[in-house]
Structures are given as structure tokens and as C-alpha cells.
Ligand binder design. Sequence first.
Ligand code: PLP
Length: 456
Amino acid sequence: MVITMEAVVSLRVVKPNLHRTNRTYRTVPLASVTSAAPVSADPGSLGHRTRPDFPILHQELNGKRLVYLDNAATSQKPTHVLNALRNYYEAYNSNVHRGIHYLSAKATDEYELARAKVANFLNAGDCREIVFTRNATEAINLVAYTWGLANLKQGDEVVLTVAEHHSAIVPWQFVSQKTGAVLRFVDLTEDEVPDVDKLREMLSRRTKLLVLHHVSNVLASVLPIDQVVSWAHDVGAKVLVDACQSVPHMVVDVRSLDADFLVASSHKMCGPTGIGFLYGKSDLLSSMPPFLGGGEMISDVYLDHSTYAEPPSRFEAGTPAIGEAIGLGAAIDYLSGIGMQTIHDYEVELAGYLYDSLHSVPNVRIYGPAPSKSNYRAALCSFNVEDVHPTDIATFLDQQHSIAIRSGHHCAQPLHRYLGVNASARASLHFYNTKEDVDDFIRALTDTIDFFASFK
Ligand SMILES: Cc1ncc(COP(=O)(O)O)c(C=O)c1O
């Protein structure tokens, strides 16, 4: 079965550095240039149908079928993405925006098309609102060092939650140390979700920025971003959304969220490592000073000063991750070929199955809200088992059962401290997982718990 993208969306693709490439804006009817990504025709669940597209999943470790449940850390890559990367290096590897020859023109077109695909995927109004970065971490740092340093001053407030990833906390600590802006953290409700009522009470005219995750990489909870954005805008604050755990799993529409900035990483959405993106509203990006200096980001360079290119080039100094951007474009084709709503619906089912199965194992404590109609949980569970260290659990699962989960603080030490633990184990799913994967995990976890109990 081949699923084709139906939405025909015309996006204005801007060629940055027009003076050098001598090309003008052109309109790309996106569906006419987007190749439909093949999805396997096997019957069964979405997981069964898409598994064949992921070569890495078809291997045995120590004689056992590999079960990959570490998708919140990074996702696996379908053949469609691997082929796009290979094709770039085999057929048109060249630098972008600089050359007049065929290879460079083709690489530039594909690189800019990848930007258009990201813009379309997020329903951004304009390709120029998408800046390619190395990952989500770099995208947040970009906003911190440009918008943050230019706009925050002594006494201003930045509101975050205790559940943010380190990538969303540490850059703002740097900015706070340099500007005197105060970081204020919202804690959790009894249900272990960030307390949005307290967040609302915290907002005032002093609040200049909210930095919030969309979906928690530990609690699996989902924040009502559109609602929070409207409260923030009422007091004149901007909102930066860390969408690392939502963009790969559900429809994320930046215009309906009305977020000012939004970041995500390609490697969590079936694309290559080394590339992520920042979405920023046009007027904000245009008002921001550059991040890194160098080639590509300038308009004119003199010995004593330079003038800068318009966004997004202003924020893309040096040779970008060309193949990786093209690979990300292919990942977006692949995800769009399945449909983000289809992915989300299937993951809701998997999420409930994972939670209920894990909940039935004695002595297991799962963090975050119990699933309910009002409390959607993402398809991941961070948990601890009484008297067994999470790293022992992850090691035993890996070595005895070839099941890959994660243990540690998941780059959320403040949250773990808040929960009263140093670390947790985490099983996280993606649409190519199946209920059989969950069953294997639960069986193996029970065996692991029995093994450690035998030493008591
Ligand atoms: C919620 C969240 N934010 C930010 C990040 C950082 O992403 P990256 O390491 O790709 O920059 C991650 C990665 O684990 C994450 O889960």
C-alpha cells in the first residue's frame, strides 16, 4: 500500500542570499514535489505495518529479538530516510547557496525544500520562520543568546516548570546570570502534572517569557499549550515551546498553538541526528540579533563591521547539515505518508496498554498522571521498582532479554529530585512498536524483578 500526501499546500520558498544565488522567491506546490513514502502493506496494527520499514528492528541480540523501547531518547530510521541520505551523498553532494553548478543548485533546492516540508508539517505561515539548528538544544540556546540577552533585564521573570528538560533550563540559567532576570518554576499537582493553575497565578507584567515542554519526557503528561499561550500573551509575555516529545507523535500546528517559538529535533522524528529546528514568528526572528557569526549569515562584510542577512540565513552561519536536512525532509514525507493523526491515535492505544500492563506488575511505581479521558498520557512510562536500581533493571533487560529501555535522570534532574528519587527506568514507544513489544517487556521485567528478589 502506498499512502500519498493529499494536502496541497503552496508555500513560499525563499532562497536566502538572493544576491549570490541570483534566484528569486518561487512558489512550490509542496505535494507536487514531495515523494510519497512507502509504508509496508502487512496487515495488522500500524506497528505491524510499519516495522518492515525499519531495518534496525529486524535483528537478534544474544539470540533474542531486539525490542527497542527507548524512543523518547531517539527514534529509529526508516529505509526511506536512509535512501534519501545515501542518494544525497551519491548523486548531488555539494555545498548549498554558493555554487552555480548543477550539484550545488540541486543541493540548494533540496535543502530549501526540506525547510518547506518542516514549515508545512508545523503549519507555519512562511518557510522563513524555520531555522535549521543542530538539535533542539541548540535551537533553545539560539533563542536564549539572541532574544533572551537582547530583551531580558534585571527583575524580569522567565516562567518554567520543574519538569523541563535540562536543555530548556540551563540556557536560561546562563541568561539569568548575565541579565538579572529571575527564573520561576511551577511544580506539579497531586496527579503529577505541571500545575497550570499555579502557572497562571505566577504570570504578571514582570513575566517576559514562558519556557514549557509540550509533552513531558518523564511524566508523559501533555500541557494545554494553546490555553497557556493565551494567558501569557495577555500579560505581554512570549512563549517558547519545547516540542521534542510532541512533534514526532501528534499533529502540532504552530498557528493554532500561537506559540512564539517552538523547537524540536529530527532524530526523535525518524530523521537523522545533527539537525533540529527553531520555529519563530517572523517579526520576532527579524528583530533578533545573530547567534553565531560567519559565512552565510551576512549581507555584507567590511573589515570593521558586517551587516546581516534576513532570517533564516541570519541564524545559519557556516555550512549547514545539508544531508541531514534532506534526511529530515524525507522523514517528514514518511510520517506525513502515514498521517500524524493516525500515528497519534495508535499511540494513544499503545500508551494505555503500556500503562495498564506496567501498572499490573507488583511493586512498580509509575510517575506522572494515570491515563483518563481528561489526562492523556504519551506512550512512555518512567517507573521504579521497589528495592531495585533502575540501572540494574535496564542492564538485565538488555543483557538477558535484548530489550532496550533507558535508566537515569533522563536529563530531568530537578524533576527527579522533586519526585524524591535520583533516577528512574523509562520505556518509551513509537508507532512502529506493537502490543507484542509491550508484552515481551512486561514478561522480561517480571523475570528481572524475580531475579533480584532471589537475592533477598
Ligand atoms: C523534552 C525534551 N526537550 C529537549 C530535548 C533535547 O533534545 P536534543 O538532545 O535533541 O537537543 C529532549 C531530548 O531528550 C527532550 O526529550
